[in-house]
Design a protein around this ligand. Structure first.
Ligand code: B12
Length: 533
């Protein structure tokens, strides 16, 4: 047990890096498993866990790498971790917390809709008179959101945002220490109160124009001189059981190191004075497992893409047709409303990159959904059952990398082959990662199209679930988690951008166009609203 605490302390002090911590957990677990009979006999106060932490990824969300990493790190610090997995209903979380008499509840989420689930759970903890600490973490969460939206719902106990695994242990031990917890809670309350005040004071300053004015300031492209490239096919093409070795050259390793809390760009990170050695060992381990996965086909990659005739029919709507010109669907995009850069006054929407009906041109839009996570859950569970958290987390991190690599590779084939508007394109992986090509593949949920609900339209056009097995949860997360989906735009002027904050008039227009209530639309777009709901 002391061995574990040493690891935890070294990690907390930045003297040990996450991969080593997770690796040591494997050795410790296997040692404990072997010594169990003896430990039972010797069990005393000292070996009692420091506390019991319940972890869960909230309802409708499938991402668990982050949660799992925190679980292992807490385990390394002698906390008993009860992990309920992903897509966990709030009732289940609270029921288990009571039944297991846990000391802390930890929630994880990666996509915007999960923020609402966290607010709801905080409200339920208050209503059910819980008093234990609530921890908030995950790529989509933030201190600001926790302070403004979550903490006010839970007065009985502390609600604390935790940025990453290296901070989790310090926060949990402070929250459970008789000496520190009151001061820690008080400091957090004060800090969050200041964030709410600052935020309340901020809103008036920003130059948000009305939605009408924003549509008047749309990016004007010259359609008279443009001939939309015609794709090789319209409708969909399924690419299942795609050869994994084809994807290896397209892997972007930098986010891989980030997910292991090693900051630095690949390949320079391997030479880094501080993390270079740990990064190199991590990459060697990753390559060994990746080769095993490819050789033994332990993961499967499935994908579908499609192209459809399309025209912009209103400021921010793109109508998609079948070959006979019958409308198949309408894509609803979001337009910037904040005048940021006087030298570039255009307020963009992805709809700007598709020829309007009145241009008389038949333009095209494309879409894709890919995964490399088929088999990942089962493989990770095997490693976990063997006490090997390191390989279990590695499998999921590699599946994510392969999913992104599949998206990158497929987009290249689209430009050179399937749409063919850049048949002679020759770019190396670094240039691909830096998007040095014509056209974009914006992913619903990302800043250029932050509305996750558009995935429903994309998935129906692609018949993605039937064609690839990728499922959508009720919050539009994709399962398997190692999945990416998006649109294809070919216009040479097409660029990624951030929609930024939008105001009530655009939300009302969007809700009307999508057949939703304003309240529903606000819930899905809460992270980009320029007003409080
Ligand atoms: C890597 C990545 C992916 C990977 C893997 C995701 C994953 N499993 O984590 C892949 C390629 C699969 C992916 C896919 C998508 N992604 Co993505 N992704 C990212 C990226 C670049 C990094 C996330 C990351 O580091 N993950 C690795 C883990 C280890 O980190 P983590 O989850 O944050 O966990 C750490 C901490 O948060 C904390 N923590 C986490 N949970 C908990 C819980 C507790 C209790 C505590 C104390 C701490 C804690 O500790 C962990 C370890 O340090 C982020 C951008 C960013 N910089 O955050 C976008 C991002 C999260 N993705 C985004 C989106 C939209 C998507 C897609 C929907 C895009 C699409 N249409 O295809 C899909 C969804 C996939 C699905 N299955 O539904 C958006 C989410 C926006 C939003 N708010 O909704 C982001 C923010 C990008 C952006 N700029 O908009 N993504």
């Amino acid at each position: 047990m002391d061995g574990m605490n040493v690891v935890g302390t070294l990690f907390g002090d930045g003297k040990m890096f996450l991969p080593q911590v997770v690796k040591s957990a494997r050795v410790m677990k296997q040692a404990v498993a072997y010594l169990q009979p003896y430990i039972e006999a010797e069990k005393d106060e000292a070996s009692k866990p420091n506390g019991r932490v319940l972890m869960a990824t909230v309802k409708g969300d499938v991402h668990d790498i982050g949660k799992n990493i925190v679980g292992v790190v807490l385990g390394c610090n002698n906390y008993e971790v009860i992990d309920l997995g992903v897509m966990v209903a709030p009732e289940k979380i609270l029921e288990t917390a009571r039944a297991e008499n846990v000391d802390v509840i930890g929630l994880s989420g990666l996509i915007t809709p999960s923020l609402d689930e966290m607010v709801h759970l905080a409200r339920e903890m208050q209503r059910e008179d819980f008093h234990i600490p609530l921890l908030i973490g995950g790529a989509t969460t933030s201190k600001a959101h926790t302070a403004v939206k979550i903490e006010p719902q839970y007065q009985n106990g502390p609600a604390v945002y935790v940025a990453d695994a290296s901070r989790a242990v310090g926060v949990v031990s402070a929250l459970l220490s008789e000496e520190q917890k009151y001061k820690f809670h008080e400091n957090t309350r004060e800090e969050y109160a200041k964030i709410r005040e600052r935020r309340a004071g901020r809103s008036t300053k920003r130059s948000v124009v009305s939605y009408d004015a924003a549509t008047q300031a749309a990016l004007e492209l010259d359609w008279s001189a443009y001939q939309p490239p015609v794709p090789q096919f319209t409708g969909t093409k399924v690419l299942n059981d795609y050869p994994l070795d084809t994807l290896l050259p397209y892997i972007d390793w930098t986010p891989f190191f980030i997910s292991w809390d090693l900051a630095g760009k690949y390949p320079a990170i391997l030479e880094d004075k501080v993390v270079g050695e740990a990064a190199t060992t991590l990459l060697n381990d990753a390559m060994a497992l990746l080769n095993k996965i490819v050789d033994e086909k332990l993961l499967q990659a499935n994908g579908v893409l499609g192209f459809w005739p399309a025209n912009r029919i209103a400021a921010d709507d793109i109508e998609v047709y079948d070959d006979e010109g019958t409308p198949l669907a309408t894509l609803h995009h979001i337009r910037q409303q904040m005048q940021k850069n006087p030298s570039d006054p255009a307020l963009r929407s992805l709809a700007d990159f598709i020829a309007p009906t009145e241009s008389g041109l038949t333009d095209y839009v494309g879409g894709f959904a890919v995964t490399a996570g088929i088999g990942a859950e089962a493989l990770a569970n095997q490693y976990e059952a063997a006490g090997d958290d390191y390989s279990a987390i590695m499998v999921k991190a590699l599946a994510d990398r392969l999913a992104e690599a599949f998206a990158e590779h497929l987009h290249e084939r689209v430009r050179r082959e399937f749409w063919g508007y850049a048949a002679d394109e020759q770019l190396d992986n670094d240039a691909l990662i830096r998007e040095k090509y014509r056209g974009i593949r914006p992913a619903p949920g990302y800043p250029a199209c932050p509305d996750h609900t558009e995935k429903a339209t994309l998935f129906s056009l692609l018949d993605a679930t039937h064609n690839t097995g990728i499922e959508l949860t009720e919050h539009f997360a994709m399962f398997p988690a190692a999945a990416v989906s998006g649109w294809y735009f070919a216009h040479p002027e097409s660029r990624y951008f951030n929609t930024g904050k939008i105001s009530r008039d655009q939300v009302a227009s969007l809700a009307k166009r999508k057949g939703m209530t304003n309240a529903e639309m606000e819930r899905w777009l809460q992270s980009i609203l320029d007003y409080d709901i």
